[in-house]
Design a protein around this ligand. Structure first.
Ligand code: HEC
Ligand code: HEC
Length: 220
């Protein structure tokens, strides 16, 4: 066999193995720990602020659901979420990297046996009507911390300013550098004014949840 043909064959075989794996990629938290050097400077510093498209605290991702973390990273990678920094970062990750860092962050800071209230605190005033109109608990859970599907985010206790920016971004259309295309949350966020989204964000952030920012010094 000539050399270049055997090279092509070896390449095809390697390609086929990769394809077989892509169907069934499993996240490995231990492998993930070695792949988060790039994330630490933002997601493991308490109170760290981003300045685009406005100033807000970066999301807490420790304790978030594994499937949701992967789904969010894939949305940045595909361009459904346009935030430029996260898009650049997610694009640099392979499918296996995404699976591993998602497994890692989902268990980071987890406290065995910790319990959460089953229900959120009784919403007062306007926010009660807004929550009802949006049917928020039907997907994010009665306490906003136990979503009904693993690809849905836990939102209880997330940073209020981040939740507000995230909600706003589902309303944005046709912008190159910001906005999120999501069939589900787009339809929901568009029903509310910005002041209403702010009220929702503040209420959800005030609920008890498992999301955390775990400073690097605690695990190195
Ligand atoms: C320069 C700061 C910075 C770095 C570095 C960074 N992130 Fe982010 N990350 C952000 C910001 C800001 C957002 C919110 C973007 C938005 O509004 O959609 C975000 C959002 C996310 C989200 C979505 C959270 C949610 O609740 O939807 C995930 C998941 C995430 N980052 C994971 C990572 C991982 C994993 C790494 C490392 C491989 C990383 N980030 C590196 C700043 C950063
Ligand atoms: C039909 C199910 C459904 C309903 C109802 C729903 N959500 Fe969501 N929500 C989702 C899904 C799915 C996502 C993830 C979308 C994505 O990948 O960007 C999400 C994302 C979010 C986010 C972004 C979280 C993050 O970490 O970036 C916030 C905030 C949010 N929802 C708040 C709400 C509020 C407040 C309501 C009620 C007004 C609501 N949701 C109603 C399914 C739902």
């Amino acid at each position: 066999m000539n050399k270049s043909l055997s090279f092509v064959l070896a390449f095809l075989v390697a390609g086929a193995t990769n394809l077989a794996l892509a169907d069934d990629i499993k996240g490995d938290a231990q492998a993930g720990e070695k792949k988060i050097a790039m994330c630490l400077g933002c997601h493991n510093i308490i109170g760290y602020q981003a300045s685009f498209p406005e100033v807000y605290k970066v999301p807490k991702i420790a304790g978030q659901g594994e499937k949701y973390i992967a789904s969010a990273l894939n949305a940045y990678k595909k361009g459904d979420r346009k935030h430029p920094t996260m898009k650049g970062i997610a694009t640099s990750l392979s499918d296996q990297d995404i699976a591993d860092v998602s497994a890692y962050y989902s268990v980071l800071g987890k406290v065995e046996g910790a319990s959460l209230p089953d229900k959120a605190t009784e919403p007062q005033g306007t926010v009660a009507d807004l929550l009802k109109k949006g049917g928020c608990t039907s997907c994010h859970g009665e306490n906003f911390a136990k979503p009904l599907a693993p690809e849905y985010p836990k939102i209880a206790g997330q940073n209020a300013d981040y939740l507000y920016v995230a909600l706003k971004s589902y309303k944005v259309e046709g912008q190159k550098t910001w906005g999120r295309n999501n069939g589900v949350m787009g339809g929901i966020a568009k029903q509310f004014s910005l002041p209403e989204l702010k009220l929702l964000a503040e209420y959800v952030a005030s609920q008890q949840g498992e999301l955390k920012t775990v400073p690097q010094s605690r695990f190195r």
